[in-house]
Design a protein around this ligand. Structure first.
Ligand SMILES: *Cc1c(COP(=O)(O)O)cnc(C)c1O
Ligand SMILES: [Zn+2]
Length: 412
């Protein structure tokens, strides 16, 4: 892993050899999350645009030189990443953002952005010789981890809040994870999982606590730039829970800037639910993050105690970005609009970035000339109950053509 110089604490700045420190800063404790620091001049010699052009691996592994892994030991069978980046012109014109692009990460193997991080977590667990891996999750990190683990025969131990949507729990069970439905919140499940991983020696794929996950999530940014021919977008909208995705996207853009692949840092806009906006609050008041009681049906971003806030806040400040909060109703409306206009069906948290764009447009915080990427982070089939709340009732009819005709007349 000579491409990695060290792991640097986001609080105190102390630097560590990755061999000696598996998770967080020994002097700051679990809050002292670590940032992977790279040797960009070494990477620049191995990783060029020309080489990428001839690389036929259309998955996150095409960026292996920029990832904190031992390349020799690596091979994961599931196809993760290189998800489509659609030009959404008609929708863009309708909403006053003609240069709109939508990255559909619901197309990953377990149907969320989390597969990018889980792949790195599982690769790392194998590299370090672990037989079992664990995480706590609002749902998607869990289903993702259990799926990626299943693909390589790693045991997974999963802690999810008891109210996680059924489809996500079904995924866990199908992938053969040992599932603990915790009678409590995601935040409580997280703390329990950390204790269990220490006690039983499982490798921990816990957001922020594990320093490598945001490195997996950064592949989303690498792809966006490569898919745009290395012309970085102006602005990127994404939903925020723990803050790992937005922090990871920043890291990807940062890497490409350091390597001279792109010429500017896109402005990063994070979107939270009105009923759970601790990162927005911390960003706007410049105060420490305060834990809140989450109140939103967007379960994947119902995170009252965000673990990756430091990286999220760095992303927002360094990119001159901002935060937006949207109501559950705005999320449901955005879900239907996106699906009807683009054919992309996202879960509530999956479309929260898009809901945030609509709100930012209405507040004139985005100029119509901007090239905007909206990241859809999870597939709508993961939470069918919410989708049905966003939809009109279907029309029930008797099985006759006359009934169809009658309905059509009634509607016209
Ligand atoms: C996890 C998740 C998010 C939020 O990502 P964070 O890294 O926790 O900020 C958003 N949308 C979906 C669908 C997710 O699963
Ligand atoms: Zn520290």
């Amino acid at each position: 892993m000579d491409q990695v110089v060290c792991l640097r604490c986001m609080i105190c700045g102390r630097e560590y050899d990755p061999e000696n420190v598996p998770y967080t800063c020994p002097s700051c404790g679990p809050e002292g999350i670590l940032d992977v620091i790279y040797d960009y001049s070494l990477i620049a010699r191995r990783f060029t645009k020309e080489r990428l052009l001839s690389n036929r691996d259309l998955s996150i592994w095409r960026y292996l030189e920029l990832l904190p892994l031992e390349p020799k030991k690596l091979r994961l069978p599931l196809h993760v990443g290189w998800t489509p980046l659609y030009q959404a012109e008609e929708l863009g014109r309708d909403v006053g953002c003609p240069h709109l692009l939508v990255k559909d990460d619901g197309r990953n193997p377990t149907a969320s952005f989390k597969d990018r991080a889980s792949s790195i977590g599982v690769a790392k667990a194998i590299e370090l010789g672990h037989q079992a891996i664990t995480c706590a999750s609002t749902g998607n990190a869990a289903s993702s981890l259990s799926g990626v683990s299943a693909s390589v025969g790693l045991r997974s131990f999963i802690f999810v809040p008891h109210n996680a949507p059924k489809a996500k729990v079904a995924q866990l069970l199908m992938y053969g994870a040992k599932v603990f439905l915790v009678q409590g919140t995601y935040d409580q499940a997280f703390d329990l999982c950390l204790e269990a991983s220490r006690e039983f020696g499982w490798y921990s794929r816990n957001t922020a606590f594990n320093p490598y996950l945001s490195e997996g999530k950064k592949t989303g940014a690498l792809e966006i730039c490569e898919q745009l021919g290395w012309r970085a977008p102006d602005t990127v909208f994404v939903s925020v829970g723990d803050g790992c995705i937005i922090g990871g996207l920043w890291k990807g853009f940062h890497d490409l800037l350091q390597l001279g692949f792109i010429d500017h840092m896109p402005r990063l806009v994070g979107v939270q639910a009105e009923g759970c906006q601790p990162i927005k609050h911390a960003f706007e008041t410049c105060q420490a993050v305060k834990t809140v009681q989450p109140e939103t049906m967007a379960d994947s971003i119902a995170v009252g105690h965000p673990r990756d806030a430091l990286k999220a806040l760095r992303a927002l400040r360094d990119s001159d970005g901002f935060m937006v909060a949207v109501s559950d109703q705005q999320i449901l409306d955005a879900m239907g609009l996106l699906a009807r206009k683009t054919g992309i069906f996202g879960e509530p948290a999956g479309v929260t970035g898009f809901a945030g764009l609509l709100k930012a447009l209405s507040q004139e915080r985005v100029d119509p000339s901007e090239r905007v990427v909206v990241v859809v982070t999870g597939n709508g089939l993961k939470d069918v109950d919410s989708a049905l709340r966003a939809s009109p009732e279907p029309t029930e009819i008797e099985p006759s053509l006359e009934a169809v005709a009658r309905e059509l007349r009634g509607r016209s």
